[in-house]
Design a protein around this ligand. Structure first.
Ligand code: 5AD
Ligand code: SF4
Length: 446
């Protein structure tokens, strides 16, 4: 059935920050076509579900959302439905079979083709585009300008590491870096638009490589140093990194680049060498800990963060005890931890000795109580201290704004006369496991 060309849109993001960034780029693409965001999210002409396939739960959410939308899309005035992102890439035209109300299936490397696909659907066709070209979809999109005080900038996509549990190398394709000039231009546009902080994103962000404007080979540290020299940018962050791409240059940057925030998200997944090997992580417990030591040497206050998987096939009590002991040794400021989820097509899904849900639940609970205790301890060290906070969004109460400390802690600031985008010096008056509270002392950097 043909449909009218949509005038209003809603984009729903699932999963990682890279999807948030992609969602912003799609919005700007739609804006450039003369479309506008729907006032009422439930009443858009086109709904884009920008999906995540990393764990089964994340993927299944999409089908329940399609079911919900599908009820309205069967009537001719209902929304066009587009499934974008990693579920689209992984499940492809299977989605249209399982959910016939879906009009468009577009993979994460193909969404610059959305206007044509929308036109095809309006002509009565179903549109599927799952090409994984070597980039650069970004060069075919309108320049990114929309930004808050804290902006995302995707510098690299894809992954060549092939950890045995992970779908990313299949859904996002091989590692590809965006060009130096495109990134510097986009960063300048974001700063002009009011960004005070830029977080560089990539599935393997520290594998970014490129050539600067003089033709010299550069790694992520070179890019960070160039961004540091741009006027008006106060804070730089990057995520997510792989231990094997933590170069000496990048570690050194933490010691001497003032705008590079003292925070490092470096997933380890397990503390057991046997499991790390089965995961094909290609680093050991010890090599990982040595990287953290070096980072702490150049930046003693650096806050550390990680990702963990419990219940990988074959994980014994002793292996899990190794993970707990690594966590205790590091003292993370925050962390993400997950139960292993077998993903179709990955080597680990076919391994023997899959772990029972009961054991996984128990291990996750033990790990998380250790991580929460460590995060609380880290936060409570801030009590009575002052630090700079970049105010990013309104809080629940009228006189409150929420921002981030340099160490990535959320800080609720009583700030009746301050505005979003301000960087203020705050005295921390209260601390909990997930956030801090504080009051401004004096205005700091603008
Ligand atoms: N099961 C559970 N967690 C996973 N992750 C990636 N793949 C899986 C999986 N199959 C986790 C890893 C990764 C984070 C983004 O998601 O910890 O670092
Ligand atoms: Fe997945 Fe491993 Fe690549 Fe991270 S490094 S995206 S976990 S394959």
């Amino acid at each position: 059935m043909s449909k009218n060309l949509p005038k209003t849109y809603t984009i729903k993001n699932y999963g990682c920050q890279m999807n948030v960034y992609d969602g912003e780029r799609m919005a700007e693409l739609f804006d450039a076509q003369g479309m506008t965001p729907a006032d009422d999210k439930n009443d858009a002409d086109i709904v884009v579900l920008n999906t995540c396939h990393i764990r089964e739960k994340a993927a299944e959410k999409v089908y329940s959302e399609i079911g919900r939308l599908g009820k309205t899309s069967r009537n001719p005035g209902g929304p066009m439905i587009a499934v974008a992102g990693c579920v689209a890439q992984a499940e492809g035209s299977e989605i249209s079979r399982r959910a016939p109300t879906v009009d468009i299936v577009v993979g994460p490397q193909a969404y610059h083709n959305l206007p044509q696909m929308i036109a095809d659907v309006a002509d009565g066709k179903r549109a599927v585009d799952l090409d994984l070209p070597g980039l650069d979809k970004f060069s075919q999109l309108p320049q990114k300008r929309k930004t808050g005080a804290s902006a995302f900038l995707t510098v690299q996509e894809g992954c060549d590491k092939f950890c045995t549990y992970c779908v990313v190398p299949y859904t996002r394709g091989a590692e590809v870096s965006r060009s130096w000039n495109a990134l510097i231009d986009e960063a300048k546009a974001l700063i002009d638009g009011g960004a005070k902080e830029i977080t560089l994103l990539g599935q393997n962000v520290n594998a970014w490589t490129g050539e600067d404007d003089t033709g010299r080979a550069q790694g992520l540290d070179g890019l960070i140093r160039a961004l540091d020299r741009l006027n008006g940018l106060n804070r730089i962050r990057y995520m997510t990194s792989h231990p094997n791409d933590m170069t000496e240059g990048l570690i050194a940057a933490h010691g001497d680049v003032e705008s590079l925030m003292p925070f490092l998200h470096l997933p380890v997944q397990s503390g057991s060498d046997r499991i790390l090997k089965a995961m094909n992580r290609s680093h050991s417990r010890d090599s990982y800990l040595k990287i953290l030591d070096r980072a702490r040497t150049v930046r003693p206050d650096i806050a550390l963060s990680g990702d963990f998987i419990v219940g990988f096939p074959g994980e014994s009590d002793a292996d899990f005890a190794d993970t707990l002991s690594l966590v205790r040794a590091v003292g993370y400021a925050q962390a993400f931890s997950f139960k292993y989820s077998p993903r179709p097509g990955t080597p680990a899904a076919d391994m023997d000795a899959q772990i029972s849900t009961d054991i996984m639940d128990d291990r996750l609970q033990q790990l998380q109580s250790q991580l929460v205790a460590d995060q609380s301890a880290f936060n409570s060290k801030s009590l009575g201290q002052t630090c700079e906070v970049l105010l990013e969004r309104p809080g629940k109460f009228g006189n409150q704004l929420i921002g981030k400390s340099p160490w990535m802690q959320s800080v609720h600031v009583l700030a009746p006369d301050l505005t979003i985008g301000d960087i203020v010096e705050v005295e921390i008056t209260d601390s909990g496991p997930l956030s801090l509270k504080g009051e401004p002392t004096m205005r700091a950097a603008a």
